[in-house]
Design a protein around this ligand. Structure first.
Ligand code: GDP
Length: 138
């Protein structure tokens, strides 16, 4: 069993896609073991995306991620990190495979509806960033 962090980004929440995204994960073997709605401050978004600090899109990305409520969840399942990323599709919705969440719902490379951890170390950092032990069902 593996855990990953997923976020329904402000565009997804605004467009009423919370249920659709969660259903896609649940229908594909990922169990939601923690979840909450979070309106990140700019500083919290910067901390979450710290690996991108210095990149051209960092300012825009962190402004976007703090622009409205998000749904943050921990998903658990076999190969959960890769499985969630496969369901999400490529970063740029125009390059994402047919049937993926980003292809179906993403507006552009930034407003791409959903986030998923990209590896085990990132997943650990990202889950810790938003969670405390009491919030994760066991
Ligand atoms: P991910 O793992 O597929 O989410 O992609 P990255 O870790 O490379 O980027 C993190 C997030 O930054 C993406 O999901 C996008 O929301 C945003 N992003 C990535 N590349 C770009 C870019 O070139 N321009 C802008 N505006 N945003 C980007």
């Amino acid at each position: 069993m593996e855990r990953t962090l997923s976020i329904i980004k402000p565009d997804g929440v605004e467009r009423g896609l919370i249920g659709e995204v969660i259903k896609r994960f649940e229908d594909n073997g990922l169990k939601v073991i923690a979840m909450k709605m979070v309106k990140m401050s700019k500083e919290e978004a910067e901390g979450f995306y710290h690996v991108h600090r210095g990149k051209a899109f960092f300012e825009s990305l962190t402004t976007f991620m703090s622009s409205g409520p998000t749904v943050v969840m921990v998903l658990e399942g076999d190969n959960a990190i890769q499985r969630a990323r496969d369901l999400m599709g490529a970063t740029n919705p125009q390059e994402a495979a047919e049937g993926t969440l980003r292809r179906q719902f993403g507006s552009n490379i930034e407003s791409n509806t959903v986030h998923g951890s990209d590896g085990p170390d990132t997943a650990t950092f990202e889950i810790d960033y938003f969670s405390n032990d009491l919030e994760i069902s066991r």
